[in-house]
Ligand binder design. Structure first.
Ligand code: NAD
Length: 428
């Protein structure tokens, strides 16, 4: 999923190099942490519904597991690349570290487009992915989860295949499972809610109230919808949402200046987070080009779709009113755009801190699976709030104390914890 000339892996490595220099890390530690420890690339042959065999390409990358088993989602996307997976695996290491959970970083993917696959074909891809990697993943080595265009059903097929291969029950192998089948209550909402817990704390620090704040959002999938839900619940107003239109192969921004209705838009959206444009128009939404979400006069921008969406070409279009950018997506801002945001003193809530609610709840899911005792939803949500708030507080305190940009402060905390683990284990 490289956009234009941006390669997410180069972005992830250059971010790391910058912080490694600030932390004056040893050469060996730098060399170890700036690349994945292990990478797997494999083929997945699937007999399609028309009787022909189609061969899909699968990936799993384990960036670092010094602090605990590798952890990270599996994405199904037609433009997936190994470099995207590498970057995301590295970001997972920093993400688990910044929220201080005992897990490392991994990521996986399959080059495929679920829009054009039947349910049976998707199941075969899931099972095929596990067959190819079953020896190299597991509850104590590497724990996958859902990500873009994968969900609890995909995880359950994967778990079933893993348990068949290993002849036993290993519910801790994978997270994001359906509730009642080893899943945790609150997992679906966790990433989006986590974004808003961090945003709430940031607004408090800036002396702004959610109730008087407006936001513009890119994406209308799992992360975006739950972030919007809690943001509105806390009194905020969302004026614009941008999402992908599968039929027109482009994105559109849907705007209602006095505030969108989440229930209304949910009722006209599909399971991929696409909005029915004709019905949206009928409901009085203005329809603008996709990139217009970035140009709205709001206090908060919430990119929650894909990487590299705020870049050199469009960063200057961000309105003067914007005070906070809460990165719900992974890697939505390119480094050159980040420089502009920093100079403009917009308060950035960096992706690997802001969207860590999902992995935090996945960690809760593992804990519950291991204990074979499942918590009530209130308990999950309360523990999530505590973890996210405390992670935000550590980062913002360091940022203030050392006069660091929020993204740099988050990296300093995350990378120094992993560097310390690597050293303590005697790896470097
Ligand atoms: P999703 O597949 O549920 O939704 C993606 C949304 O992005 C859809 O609404 C789609 O229409 C929209 N989109 C795609 N291309 C677009 C474009 N060019 N312009 C505007 N909108 C576009 O995905 P998700 O699970 O919500 O994940 C979104 C982002 O958050 C990804 O970067 C993902 O890696 C990251 N993330 C997800 C989780 C999680 O728990 N789901 C956790 C951490 C990070």
């Amino acid at each position: 999923m490289e956009v234009g000339s941006y390669n997410p892996y180069n972005v992830a490595q250059s971010q790391f190099d910058k912080i490694a220099a600030i932390l004056e890390l040893d050469e060996g530690v730098r060399e170890l942490l700036r690349q994945p420890m292990r990478e797997y690339q494999f083929t997945i042959p699937v007999r399609m519904d028309d009787g022909k065999v189609k061969v899909f390409k699968g990936f799993r990358v384990q960036h670092n597991d010094a602090r605990g088993p590798a952890k990270g989602g599996i994405r199904f996307h037609p433009l997936e690349t190994i470099d995207t997976v590498r970057a995301l695996a590295m970001w997972m290491t920093w993400k688990c570290s910044v929220v201080n959970i005992p897990l490392g970083g991994g990521k996986g993917g399959v080059i495929c487009d679920p829009h054009h696959l039947s349910v049976r074909e998707q199941e075969q891809i899931c099972r095929g992915w596990v067959r190819q990697i079953a020896k190299n993943v597991g509850p104590f080595t590497d724990v996958p989860a859902p990500d873009v265009m994968t969900n609890g059903q995909h995880m359950l097929w994967m778990l079933d295949e893993y348990e068949t291969i290993h002849s036993g029950r290993y519910p801790g192998f994978i997270t994001g499972k359906p509730v009642g089948m080893g899943g945790s209550l609150g997992r679906t909402e966790a990433t989006g809610f986590g974004v808003v817990y961090v945003l709430r704390e940031a607004l408090k620090e800036l002396g702004l109230s959610i109730a008087n704040s407006t936001a513009s959002v890119q994406g209308f999938g799992n992360v975006a919808q739950h972030a919007i839900q809690l943001f509105i619940q806390l009194g905020g107003t969302v004026v614009a949402i941008s999402c992908w239109d599968q039929a027109d192969k482009t994105s559109y921004t849907y705007r209602k200046k006095d505030g969108i209705s989440l229930d209304e838009l949910r009722s006209i959206s599909d399971k991929f987070g696409g909005i029915d444009k004709n019905r949206a128009r009928d409901l009085g939404y203005e329809m603008l080009p996709g990139e217009k979400w970035l140009e709205q006069e709001v206090e908060i921008l919430l990119p929650a779709a894909l990487e590299n969406q705020i870049n050199r070409e469009n960063v200057k279009k961000i309105a003067a009113s914007v005070k906070v950018i809460a990165e719900g997506a992974n890697g939505p801002t390119t480094p050159d755009a980040d420089e502009v945001i920093k100079q403009r003193k917009i308060f950035i809530l960096p992706d690997f801190l802001t969207n860590a609610g999902g992995v935090t709840c996945s960690y809760f899911e593992q804990v519950q699976c291991n204990a074979n005792y499942f918590w009530e939803e209130d308990e999950v949500v309360a523990r999530l709030d505590t973890k996210m708030t405390s992670a935000f507080t550590s980062v913002s305190e360091l940022a203030r104390k050392q006069n660091l940009y929020m993204r740099d402060a988050a990296y300093v905390i995350a990378i120094s914890r992993v560097a310390q683990a690597v050293k303590q284990r005697g790896w470097a």
